[in-house]
Unconditional design. Sequence first.
Length: 247
Amino acid sequence: MERIHRILIDKLREHSRITSEDAVALQSLSFTVRELDRNEDFIRQGDTAKVSALVVEGMVARYHLLPNGRRQYLSFHMAGDMPDSQTLFLDRMDHAVCSIGAAVVASIPHKQLARLFELRPLVGFAVWRETLIDAAIFREAITNNSARDMTARMAHLFCELFYRAEASRLTRGNVMSLPIGLAQLGETLGMAIATVNRTLAELRSAQAIEFRGGELEVLDWARLVELGQFDPGYLHLRKTPLIAEDS
């Protein structure tokens, strides 16, 4: 339980001011922990939620399920993220959330969060800011998929995910766990599998990344940033990842 509280507190401090008193209050929250298998839904489109999830281990994804059964992946979330915090303010889920690879999530009752927000307004502002950063990521994803060419599109996604992982201390040097399949990558970026393979080959040829076996290795951060036209300002992080300082 202490580890889960620390994950949440550290995450909120990436972008918001959390006092020691706020941290003590956050440690009063209770959780229900659930282990997820690969590609397992834990929130379904149309659900009415009474809890908000915190990613403890692994990675999860938001997606829209289309009438023909296809998916459009909207965003990816790693340890510390609250991928459905907007359920505090909305009645029904307009998208689903599933694990990407094995994952662990902790569910926090809405009633506890609402009470905590009354007692510690800065915590409420921090969670609200989390939802606003999510909205900024959505806006960037729309721009990425509609205005950038295929190489820039994929490079930008890799930049964003690595930058966020590095800020949350989830990388090992220049490597991060990224258990996204090629089909899921295509459903994220609006690419056919053949285009996904061709674009990966272009990024490898540019000696910017290596991506295989569920891991992303950044070989040349500056080159990847250039290819992806990546400016991390929309992530609104107070903590600057080390890789940005080295570039």
